[in-house]
Design a protein around this ligand. Structure first.
Ligand SMILES: [Zn+2]
Length: 96
C-alpha cells in the first residue's frame, strides 16, 4: 500500500463525500444540501452537514467536524491508512 500525500490527495479528489457517508450512516437531501445522521451523538434527525466540494462534515448540534477520512476512522474505528483504503475501494466500486 502506498500512503504518500499524493496518493491520499488522489483518493480524496476522486471520492464522493455523499456516497461515502451514505455507506456509514444515513444521508438525506434538503434544500440542495446533503445532511447525514450524525455518528457522534444520539439523534434521529439529519444534523450533520456534508460539504460535498470540500469533502468535510460538520454537525450542527454536537459540533463534530472533520474531513472524509476523519468520518471513516470514527465510523469504522480504524486508522488513517485503513480509512484511505476503504474510501479508495468504495470509489472504485462507484466508477466501475
Ligand atoms: Zn452530532
Amino acid at each position: 500500500m502506498d500512503l504518500t500525500d499524493d496518493h491520499v490527495e488522489h483518493v480524496r479528489a476522486d471520492a464522493s463525500m455523499v456516497h461515502s457517508a451514505a455507506a456509514l450512516t444515513r444521508v438525506s437531501m434538503k434544500d440542495k444540501r446533503f445532511f447525514a445522521r450524525c455518528i457522534f451523538h444520539e439523534n434521529k434527525d439529519f444534523e450533520m452537514l456534508l460539504d460535498v466540494r470540500g469533502k468535510r462534515y460538520r454537525c450542527e448540534t454536537c459540533g463534530a467536524e472533520g474531513d472524509l477520512f476523519d468520518l471513516v476512522m470514527a465510523a469504522k474505528n480504524c486508522d488513517f491508512a485503513a480509512a484511505v483504503d476503504w474510501v479508495e475501494e468504495r470509489t472504485r466500486h462507484l466508477t466501475r
